[in-house]
Design a binder for this molecule. Structure first.
Ligand code: CAA
Length: 389
């Protein structure tokens, strides 16, 4: 039985800050960002946008294509949760009018949680092929102003429908995984912004990749040349490049520059102009690969490296299904990215200061045109709304 991703769609915010604007304001050479970390823009959430509104925007086009009453579970991965008790997925359930015969839970382990939710959804469907599971990976990556992480902010949500006989990608059984209790990136409960030991985090990321690769090859018997395309967790695109260089060295293969780029570059294009989206970032990379490749990659194998600081990592693979191109939502993804509005630095500061800052009573100004937005907070309760758009 094949199990995997049947439908796939992402959403990002309606605004971005150009790293040229950012560099000019901070008096830094813009090539530090364009070349040094490989980023051009970061999607910035307005105060009336959060992981729930982003997730609803990501999931709605999928639900329009199926009978949404068939969704038997929502597994919601995030590290920018909106409540310490109630799962963001339950707010989503309300906004999208899902069936009451559905279970919902939130997954957390930094950026790894999306891969964990995907693997668990796959296992549930293997156990009961009638299940249709909505996996959400949604995050707003927010760091303090004037910190090393500030240039690597961003936001996004990916919705994936996991079923038997999937139309896009069969997830293959077997993976390599690795856990180590380290403090490279974390967010204490009292904070809306993450703390990070930046340089150390990049070392832990690359070490985790080597560890999961060893475990993956041991447990599956697959080797580098069995894989056609490589998707990585992308905090910034230079990290994915360094990851692929590390893997190529570890596997002891020789690639031309053109082969190296063909395996990874299409999977970085969206991330370069969206920024980090934590748990969603790996899957935005996969969507970027599918939307930007010119050739048809039916029956080709794609690998996924998920890294969540703290840290947990996993390496697994999937096989592209015949006819997958007919169900991609490429136009929708490209239109969303293209219609984003550039922020001035002052507007960015206003959004940064307000976004997720408090749970006091507030009616939020309409900056997010929808189709879903956070309308306000009253008596410590969040209120979402569907707009006409
Ligand atoms: N032209 C070209 N290149 C330039 C340049 C210029 N004018 N100026 C600097 N550079 C290069 C540097 O040489 C450097 O290259 P290398 O990494 O190859 O050495 C690169 O640009 C970055 O420069 P710095 O090291 O000076 O940058 P920095 O001190 O601002 O920090 C960072 C970089 C630590 C990655 C920082 O962006 C950060 O803290 N990011 C957040 C943490 C993060 O994303 N970690 C990734 C692993 S953890 C993870 O993946 C989980 C997650 O999502 C957070």
């Amino acid at each position: 039985m094949k199990v995997g991703i049947d439908l796939l769609h992402f959403a990002t915010a309606n605004y971005y800050l150009g790293l040229d604007t950012f560099a000019a304001e901070k008096n830094i050479d813009v090539d530090k960002f364009y070349v040094g970390i490989g980023q051009e823009k970061m999607s910035i959430a307005s105060p009336d946008e959060d992981i729930v509104s982003l997730a609803a925007k990501a999931a709605a086009p999928i639900l329009q294509k199926i009978d949404s009453n068939e969704i038997s579970a929502v597994l919601f991965a995030t590290e920018s949760g909106v409540d310490q008790s109630k799962s963001a997925g339950v707010f989503l359930h309300g906004l999208l009018n899902l069936s009451n015969r559905c279970r919902i839970v939130e997954f957390k382990q930094a950026c790894y949680a999306g891969a964990a939710a995907l693997q668990m959804a796959t296992a549930l469907v293997r156990a009961n092929p009638k299940e249709k599971i909505l996996v959400i990976a949604a995050d707003v990556a927010k760091y303090d102003l004037d910190t090393s992480g500030e240039a690597t902010q961003g936001c996004g949500a990916v919705a994936m429908l996991i079923t038997e006989a999937p139309r896009i990608l069969e997830i293959e059984p077997g993976s390599g995984y690795y856990t180590d209790d380290v403090m490279d990136f974390w967010r204490p409960n009292s904070r809306t912004t993450a703390l990070v030991d930046g340089k150390y985090s990049t070392k832990v990321y690359l070490n985790s990749l080597k560890q999961v690769w060893e475990h993956f090859t041991e447990s599956t018997g697959k080797s580098f040349t069995d894989i056609d395309y490589f998707c990585y967790h992308i905090p910034f695109t230079k990290m994915a490049e360094k990851a692929h260089q590390t893997l190529v060295r570890k596997a002891g293969v020789k690639l031309t520059q053109a082969q190296f780029q063909a395996q990874t570059l299409p999977g970085q294009l969206y991330n370069r102009i969206i920024g980090n989206s934590y748990s969603a970032s790996l899957f935005i990379s996969f969507i970027s690969l599918l939307d930007n490749l010119t050739e048809n990659i039916e029956n080709k194998r794609v690998s996924f490296f998920s890294y969540g600081s703290g840290c947990v990592a996993e390496f697994f693979t999937g096989v592209m299904q015949p006819g997958y191109q007919s169900v991609l939502m490429t136009e929708n993804h490209k239109a969303q990215i293209d219609k984003r509005i550039p922020l001035t630095y002052t507007q960015y500061l206003e959004f940064h200061q307000q976004m997720g800052a408090s749970d006091e009573n507030v009616t939020l100004n309409i900056n997010n045109p929808g189709p879903y937005r956070l309308a306000g907070i009253k008596d410590h309760k969040r209120y979402y709304e569907k707009t006409d758009q």
